[in-house]
Design a protein. Structure first.
Length: 254
């Protein structure tokens, strides 16, 4: 195999495989983060309307609206809600900020992030939730934490982008390599054709010399190319049989 063509072919194959890995990895990481790594209710839930206590660790806590739906298509509309958090004596009040997220639905069980809570101290907090939730099935406010593995999604997205660029560059490299003329290696020899038969005429090109094979370009080679050209034109219908015969005689008699 010619190494000038083999290397870009291998590069095309490897970069194509990397593109597939990037796409599959991106989709799998997206599904895993949305369905399995997202522990939106890890710390407990409070009914809406209602109150309850949740034990929260220090750090970032996600607060999500959780309910059952009959139609899993589309986003989950969030009603107007009021959240009241009471810290235990001696503990700082958590900081609550709005942070609307995307809807996740599995078997008609839907949840969507509404707030992010920054908890200073781990403790048991009293929570009260108010809101008009008529029309919702078993609405609750869930406390948990978002997936910590979203970096996998961005990693595979980067793999896809980089491998796609590598695939384009490899394809251009292979294209240039295939256009490049191929030279005989040290162990290869040019094997000439001694004669070519075209109908009633035979054109001698040349055979092996005493010192090996050689090829001396002559008018015969030019005639062969001309005959091949008019034969192709005849086969394609550009020349009639009569025109082909006339051109062939002219070439052979010249």
């Amino acid at each position: 195999m010619n190494s000038s063509r083999a290397i870009p072919r291998v590069a095309v194959v490897l970069s194509g495989c990397a593109v597939v890995i990037g796409i599959v990895g991106f989709v799998v990481a997206l599904i895993l983060n949305a369905l399995f790594f997202d522990k939106f209710d890890a710390y407990g839930e409070v009914p809406i309307p209602g109150s309850g206590s949740v034990e929260l660790p220090a750090g970032e806590v996600s607060v999500s609206f959780h309910t059952w739906v009959t139609d899993s298509e589309g986003g989950l509309p969030v009603p107007a809600l009021e959240l009241h958090v009471q810290a235990p004596p001696g503990a700082a009040m958590p900081t609550v900020t709005e942070s609307p997220g995307a809807t996740t639905t599995v078997n008609n069980d839907a949840h969507v992030r509404v707030w992010m809570m920054q908890v200073a101290e781990p403790a048991v907090y009293q929570v009260r939730v108010d809101g008009d939730v008529r029309g919702y099935i078993n609405p609750r406010l869930a406390f948990g934490y978002p997936s910590r593995h979203w970096w996998l999604v961005w990693m595979f997205a980067g793999v896809f982008a980089a491998s796609l660029a590598a695939l384009a560059a490899s394809a251009m490299w292979l294209r240039r390599a295939e256009r490049r003329p191929r030279f005989l290696g040290s162990g290869e020899r040019f094997e000439p054709v001694e004669a070519v038969e075209l109908g009633e005429h035979t054109i001698n090109i040349g055979g092996p010399s005493e010192r090996g094979y050689s090829y001396q370009p002559t008018d015969h080679a030019i005639r062969i190319e001309q005959l091949k050209t008019i034969a192709a034109l005849r086969d394609s219908g550009a020349l009639t049989q009569e025109e082909f015969e006339a051109e062939k005689r002219r070439i052979l008699d010249s």
